[in-house]
Write a protein that binds this ligand. Structure first.
Ligand code: M6R
Length: 594
């Protein structure tokens, strides 16, 4: 997730912009840049850290400027792709957070009109559009430019000859920091807290101008009054958006992350999925490769692929695949890794390529190592994930796999239509689950008292049970295992006692009858039983001790909603145990050693 900052006042802008950008470093970034403004523009940008960039800068005579930390989405991390972006004349500079869906169309049109582009980014079109419309005020030029843009944005625009900044937002956060004879703007509160704790939260569709002494907000061309809030948080609290841990913040970011992963790909008019990714011609099967949580996502992906496309699909743990003697004929190999840097997955995809497989990487990190190996890439756009435990990167991997299956030629129209519609509603259902987490929190705190927990599921929710168990053991250090519910009687039954709670991931699908039979078997062994169940399930409470209800979705999509519930369960168990949730012992966010 990119971070943007802007300052206008009486003090030197450079150190304030540098400090504000550093306050946004927790969001993760691959490159950064600053534009200083006053009669003319000076732009400094590069890949790497803000500290390294700022150590080379001495331009201190400016009292207005903008800054950016970039988390690449279009084009690799590079100096050219870093923000700010300027127009042809170099007199207008823009920083942008978000995704411009129609940038290719706009770029083609602008090039035809004589504009020269210097980057591969979607964001640069904004600078050129503002230039194109810059006849009167900068404010009206920005409004005219944004009228042509489809997508999401938070932007700050400055022009060499203008003494104010123009800022605007649509579906991306932007706050104004109101100071004494100075004003700031940023993606998030921590960036302004060193200078002011008075903040205006802009709303979607707002466009504002900020000079040293004034802030004027308008929407749809009409001036608006927005409240100025007082922020009582410390910097540290503010970086976590008021959440106690990054993990909880990232769990709560999932509705937004899911929306971003889907953005621009679904058409509801005639249910269509267009990803711009080519399914290689003449393939006979699909092989999914991954590790850890990403491996669990591929186990779900296998079932989705087979249900929707009928294409034989197998899954291999990347760490095992590297020692195997696999046979790949006309196989499409899809490697899934949030970081794009997992050594086992990189070795596995290289091996698959060597064996003649056509390769696709599903990753969250543009420019990561896997993107330089795979033939094609699909980006999950979840934004940076700081907590070691995968949460929003996992659910967005699932979304990516649904999209890849739906984009397949020949998916049945009726089935496709139902799934596409339900995918479109998924983010709001996840939001509804998150809005009322009190029951899950209580159940999580109850689990904290046990040393062993089993998770069970069937069908597409079996890998969800595996993921629930991984999450719990990873952050709470409670021993947890996931099983296919039908497998318990083949051994794990020996573990069932009143001191071994079982979390049952229930679904209203074709596994229902056999799953209920498994639940009864568990109950007979006196294990405390907690079910995660669809809110429309009127029967499950007869068989279990407690139920956490989740919003109902199409059976194929239940892994997303059920996993979010299990993430919360693990989080609250770990919280109750006082664990160091974001940095569990012995674990790293990117496992770059084989
Ligand atoms: O970056 P990757 O998706 O390749 O990482 C794979 C695993 O290391 C990762 O999913 C790990 O299991 C998570 N920490 C689990 O929460």
């Amino acid at each position: 997730m990119c971070g943007i900052v802007g300052y206008v006042g009486l003090r030197p802008a450079l150190p304030i912009l540098v400090n504000s950008l550093q306050r946004l470093e927790y969001r993760g970034y691959d490159s950064c840049g600053i534009a200083l403004c006053g009669g003319h523009l000076e732009v400094f940008k590069d890949t790497g850290r803000i500290g390294d960039l700022s150590s080379q800068l001495t331009s201190n005579g400016y009292s207005m400027g903008i800054g950016h930390t970039r988390w690449a989405t279009h084009g690799k991390p590079s100096q050219a792709n870093a923000h700010p972006h300027t127009d042809c004349s170099g007199r207008i500079a823009v920083v942008h957070n978000g995704v411009i869906d129609n940038y290719l169309e706009l770029r083609t049109q602008l090039i035809r009109e004589g504009h020269t582009f210097r980057s591969e980014t979607d964001s640069e079109v904004i600078a050129h559009l503002v230039e194109k419309h810059h006849e009167g005020s900068l404010e009206s030029a920005v409004a005219a430019a944004l009228a042509e843009v489809k997508g999401s944005y938070a932007i700050i625009v400055v022009a060499a000859d203008c003494q104010y900044m123009v800022v605007a937002r649509h579906e991306n956060p932007l706050i104004i920091g109101v100071g004494y004879r100075e004003n700031l703007v940023a993606s998030d509160v921590p960036a302004v807290l060193d200078y002011t704790n008075k903040v205006i939260y802009l709303e979607d569709g707002d466009l504002a101008t900020e000079s040293r002494n004034t802030v004027k907000v308008s929407s749809g061309g009409k001036e608006q009054k927005r409240n100025c809030d007082h922020i009582p948080w410390s910097i540290e609290e503010a970086q976590k958006g008021g959440y106690e841990h990054f993990m909880l913040k990232e769990i709560h970011e999932q509705p937004k992350a899911i929306t971003e992963t889907l953005r621009g790909y679904l058409s509801h008019v005639e249910p269509q999925v267009n990803l711009g990714i080519e399914v290689p011609a003449g393939i006979d099967d699909v092989l999914l490769l991954a590790c850890g949580s990403s491996y669990h996502a591929t186990l779900i992906g296998k079932q989705v692929f087979e249900a929707l496309t009928g294409m034989p699909t197998r899954v291999e743990m990347a760490s095992e695949f590297i020692h195997a003697s696999p046979v790949l004929r006309r196989t499409w190999v899809i490697a899934v890794t949030q970081s794009g840097e997992t050594a086992d997955t990189l070795m596995a995809i290289k091996k698959a390529k060597m064996l003649g497989g056509k390769t696709l990487a599903v990753t969250n990190v543009v420019g990561s190592s896997i993107t330089r190996i795979a033939d094609q890439c699909f980006y999950t756009r979840a934004g940076p994930e700081i907590s070691v435990a995968a949460t929003k990167t996992f659910t967005t991997q699932l979304i990516a796999l649904y999209l890849l299956a739906l984009a397949w030629p020949d998916v049945g129209a009726k089935f496709k239509s139902t799934i596409v519609q339900d995918l479109g509603r998924l983010a709001s259902k996840v939001q509804r689950l998150l809005n009322d987490e009190s029951e899950i929190a209580q159940q999580g705190e109850t689990l904290a008292a046990f040393d062993n927990v089993l998770f069970v599921g069937r069908g597409i929710n079996y890998p969800v049970a595996l993921e629930g168990a991984l999450k719990l053991k990873e952050i709470s250090y409670i021993h947890a295992e996931g099983y296919a519910a039908g497998e318990l009687k083949h051994g794990p039954f020996a573990l069932l006692t009143p001191r071994t709670p079982v979390v049952a991931v229930a679904a209203l699908d074709n596994t229902r009858e056999s799953f209920l039979a498994n639940i009864r078997e568990i109950k007979a062994r006196e294990s405390p039983l907690l079910a995660i169940a669809d809110e429309r399930d009127t029967e499950i409470n007869k068989y279990v001790d407690c139920v956490v209800r989740v919003p109902g979705v199409e059976p194929l999509l239940t892994p997303v909603i059920n996993t979010v519930a299990l993430q919360l369960l693990a989080y609250f168990a770990a919280w109750k145990r006082g664990c160091e949730i974001d940095l569990p012992r012995n674990l790293a966010k990117s496992v770059t050693v084989p």
